[in-house]
Ligand binder design. Structure first.
Ligand code: 13P
Ligand code: SF4
Length: 312
């Protein structure tokens, strides 16, 4: 790491101590951030960490909906996000106003709304229970029988959960712009190059890509799958930050990025907005901080707590 990098890390660690802060980072963050974080994980692991922390400040290195989730669970704590423009195309595909209008138009359906955590606090506030890619199958299995389920906002994850559980659900037509860039052709091509490497794909990928995968799972489960597998090389079909986490935990194994039709690997432009400099600045100024109207926060906490209870 450059001298500047070392200085920055030292500054971050000193500020973290001064602020009594915890640094939580998603698996898709740049490697410098993963290395300075107290915890690196998937959305489920990060939510559990956020619900248990005793820190006064949560520095959330991920995207906006993730830091909002931390705030929903910790109204009295300061939650900071290094770059407020770290959004999410999937979350944006389901605005709270559109979901509310849809529910109002279809009151006869009396929907049970299951929201993938990649959504705004406003959408969570309209939902019955939240899920992540790590617990979606378990959560959907526990949804009350006889109710019409509306699954928002990711149609690909929703479709995969229907296949896994056999439960019928209506799916909101949202998707992640990163995961839908992987195609059947791009994955087939890399598979021909590495015929012995199992293909591990995230459930936000399309059905055509999931069908080619040896394993479909959340980012955290990718770690366990590759650790327990006797294979030496794996094709990883998700955002590029995951490769750093895998290589760090399993230096003796080889991880090949799943390519798209145009790129050798896939970066999420939102996840990559956070940098070490911005993390240092945020810990220094305690800005940008996440604020939520209390009515929305309190309503959104109900399905979040339900998810944590059902995942325990
Ligand atoms: P998980 O890390 O929970 O599998 O989610 C992936 C994702 O797309 C987060 O934005
Ligand atoms: Fe959103 Fe996709 Fe980026 Fe995850 S990878 S933050 S789902 S746009």
């Amino acid at each position: 790491m450059s001298t500047l990098g070392v200085d920055l890390v030292e500054e971050i660690l000193a500020l973290k101590k001064k602020r009594n802060a915890v640094i939580l980072a998603h698996n898709y963050q740049v490697k410098e951030i993963q290395e300075v974080a107290d915890f690196v994980g998937d959305s489920l692991g990060l939510s559990i960490q956020a619900s248990n922390t005793t820190a006064d400040v949560i520095a959330f290195c991920g995207v906006h909906f993730m830091s909002e989730t931390a705030k929903i669970l910790n109204p009295s704590k300061k939650v900071i996000l290094p770059d407020l423009d770290a959004g999410c195309s999937l979350s944006d595909s389901c605005p709270a106003e559109a979901l509310e209008a849809f529910l109002n138009k279809n009151t006869d359906k009396n929907y049970y709304v299951i929201a993938y955590i990649n959504c705004s606090a406003g959408v969570k506030a309209l939902s019955d229970v939240i899920c992540t890619s790590g617990n979606a199958v378990r959560i959907v299995k526990r949804a009350p029988e006889g109710r019409n389920i509306l699954f928002v906002p990711d149609q690909n994850l929703g479709q995969w959960v229907m296949e896994q559980t056999g439960r019928e659900m209506e799916l909101w037509k949202g998707s992640c712009y990163v995961h839908v860039e992987f195609t059947r052709q791009s994955i087939q091509k890399i598979r021909e190059e590495y015929p012995h490497a199992p293909v591990v794909a995230h459930p936000e990928c399309t059905a055509a890509v999931r069908l080619l995968a040896d394993e479909v799972c959340s980012t955290e489960r990718m770690i366990g799958y590759c650790k327990n597998h006797s294979g030496e090389a794996f094709i990883i079909v998700t955002e590029s930050g995951m490769l750093h986490r895998l290589r760090r935990e399993m230096p003796d194994k080889t991880f090949i990025p799943g390519p798209t039709d145009v790129c050798a690997c896939a970066d999420c432009r939102f996840m990559k907005r956070n940098t070490l400099q911005k993390l240092r600045d945020a810990l220094f100024s305690l800005e940008p901080a996440i604020e939520l109207p209390e009515q929305i926060r309190a309503r959104a906490e109900i399905p979040m707590r339900r998810m944590l209870e059902w995942s325990a």
